[in-house]
Design a protein around this ligand. Structure first.
Ligand code: TYM
Length: 331
């Protein structure tokens, strides 16, 4: 059976790239019967400085948004990464198989480290911890956006190296991209870039917490081009096509259908259609999350239960791995 594993960093409110590109797809896999383990990647978030109070608040907020998005804590296992110590323990074992040259070559590492005066080792190890996150549950499928592919390639390589030395313990985890465009939603201000939590312009992204009026404003201000008609051509018209994509994701339709609906509308008029579709899709999630956030004790219970269930699974795999390596944990 498939074991689906994915994680999200608690570095601020989710944007619709995170939602359509990862969260909603996880929920749909859960609903179609897959075994889903979804966690809050707080250890990964420490690779850039986090204010402790904000990190704590963001973790609870993310829990609320994931539940509001339809993650069912009875059927799926939802937890905080740091509450299952095996992630970090397996990370160490894998780090001993990973090479500095390979890790230092990854585009995301190069990009992020270039902006830092002092580069923490955690940033270099980032993909190794991500590999551990998945392998510690023998995860088979990892729904993510395109930006995570480079990290999962490291995981695949670590699995190969591990097999070589110690035998077959892990399945090779496979990234699953949506293929519907949600694997890379673009910035509303600069459609050549991805929509990102760290972009300095808040109008570049729509947050799940944005009220309708803010969604409308951000869509109205979205950068397009000088052709008034609405067409779908991500290569030559990335801005308009990104709006078509958002329309499609919000209403579960195909680009052809959205473009047909937009016939006779200028992009300015079409933006109203897109904004209204997004408002209808996001409003229920936002409202459910707001209600959940009033009950932090319930959120903590969900996380506590999730961690307990995750630990049982992680212990089993870790002990198997440790034995293969000759570690005496089980002596
Ligand atoms: P994070 O927190 O940056 O993003 C969470 C998820 O959202 C996806 N995503 C997007 N999808 C489409 N369009 C976008 N513009 C966009 N921006 C972000 C990301 O691809 C991701 O799926 N390293 C991971 C967290 C992580 C993880 C893991 C994921 C840690 N361990 C193990 C999978 C498996 C990260 O920083 O995601």
């Amino acid at each position: 059976p498939r074991r689906v594993v994915s994680g999200l960093q608690p570095t601020g409110t989710l944007h619709i790239g995170n939602y359509f590109g990862a969260v909603r797809r996880c929920v749909r896999l859960q609903d179609s019967g897959d075994d889903l383990m979804l966690f809050i990647a707080d250890l990964h978030s420490l690779t850039t400085h986090q204010d402790p109070d904000s990190l704590h608040a963001n973790t609870l907020e993310l829990t609320a948004y994931l539940l509001a998005s339809g993650v069912d804590p009875e059927r799926s296992i939802m937890f905080v990464q740091s509450s299952v110590a095996r992630h970090a323990e397996l990370c160490w074992l894998l780090a001993c198989l990973a090479t500095n040259a390979r890790l230092a070559h990854l585009p995301q590492y190069k990009e992020k480290s270039a902006k830092m005066k002092e580069v923490p080792i955690g940033l270099l190890l980032y993909p190794v911890l991500q590999a551990a996150d998945v392998l510690v549950y023998r995860g088979t499928h990892v729904p993510v956006g395109i930006d995570q592919l480079q990290h999962l390639q490291v995981a695949a390589q670590l699995v190969r190296t591990f097999h070589h030395r110690y035998g077959r313990v892990f399945p090779t985890p496979q990234a699953i991209l949506s293929g519907d465009g949600s694997e890379r939603l673009r910035s509303l201000r600069d459609p050549t870039k991805k929509m990102s939590k760290s972009d300095s312009d808040p109008k570049s992204r729509i947050l799940l917490s944005d009220p309708d009026s803010v969604i409308e404003l951000k869509v109205r201000k979205a950068v397009t081009d000088f052709t008034p008609q609405v067409t779908f051509d991500p290569e030559s018209r990335p801005g308009v096509s990104n709006l078509v994509m958002l329309h499609c994701l919000a209403e579960d339709k195909l680009p052809e259908e959205a473009v047909e609906e937009a016939e006779g509308l200028t992009t300015a008029q079409y933006k109203r259609v897109v904004a209204s579709a997004l408002c209808s899709a996001i409003r229920p999630v936002r409202e459910r999350a707001a209600r959940l956030l009033e009950r932090p004790a319930v959120l903590r219970d969900v996380l506590r239960l999730g961690a307990a269930r995750a630990r049982v699974r992680a212990d089993e795999v870790y002990e198997d791995v440790a034995t293969r390596l000759g570690l005496s944990a089980t002596v």
